[in-house]
Design a protein around this ligand. Sequence first.
Ligand SMILES: C[S@@+](CC[C@H](N)C(=O)[O-])C[C@H]1O[C@@H](n2cnc3c(N)ncnc32)[C@H](O)[C@@H]1O
Length: 310
Amino acid sequence: MPWWFFRRRSRDTAPTATSAQSPSGWLPGEVALPRLQGSRRYLQEQPYLLPKDLGEVNRLDFQHYILRALLRGNYLAPLQQPHRILDVGCGTGQWAFELAQQFPQAEVVGLDLEQVKPSASPPPNYRFVQGDILQGLPFDDNSFDFVHQRLLVLAIPQTAWPAAVQELARVTTPGGWIELLEVGTALQDYLPSGPATQEFYQLGSQLAALRGIDTDGTVMRSLARYLEEAGLVNIHYQALDVPLGEWGGRIGSLMALDAREAWKAINAPIAARFGRSEQEILQLIEQAYQEWTQFRTQLHFAVAYGQKPI
Ligand SMILES: C[S@@+](CC[C@H](N)C(=O)[O-])C[C@H]1O[C@@H](n2cnc3c(N)ncnc32)[C@H](O)[C@@H]1O
């Protein structure tokens, strides 16, 4: 499926179901979830799987602090004094707010489909720009000396990843850095896994596959290759295996809570898609949550960064 396939249909002619069927069997009409499903709010006409609502704002902020603790900071790239920083798919903006505070001389831009926390008072050197990485970024070539993108694996269809990273490289200044952080999407990224984890995973991955989203962990494992193909050099790749559950200490406990909430976030579309009740899927998620401690499950993440040649 070409990466531009998911352009908003309000601007493009809607492809017919027969002409536009993807190799995975995805049909265009299936992307558009009802705006409200169960108690959650989802975007329409986007492959993005997770909700956009207050519950998700809270989860993303919670997750931000876990990831910051895990990385012992907000990034791994060897930055000097960046002048312009871009966070693609900025979510609540928390990461970008903190970069703006850390580098008060820099201009920090957060880009997302929607601004979700407009009531927050961001630092004066931060600004939000509405945009869609699948349509190309609304910035000139060589605009930012640090471009960051975190956890868009459930938003960018697998075949669109190389072009999306090339787009990040286009807006990066020579000598500037790109950093990507992603989570694994394969069952093997929850290892070892119990039966409830496996059952929920199968449902979630079938839903993701309908949108062309990676379900075998290829994206996370290909981050360094995408950077290399986009022409970057000095590439570093770091795998992070994060415990789920109290057995993994504070980060393990928090990450298990976060993963459980992330799974709950797709409860409604899974229940609707597979003709199951939301209560039934919630019980499955609770069982999986217990299993993570019982089996000592680890969830796989990876960070990759690279430099645009001067
Ligand atoms: C899982 S959240 C991660 C948010 C943030 N990067 C973080 O780590 O907290 C994914 C974000 O990507 C945004 N997003 C989804 N599809 C997008 C697209 N095509 N272009 C830009 N942002 C997108 C969503 O709105 C959401 O805020």
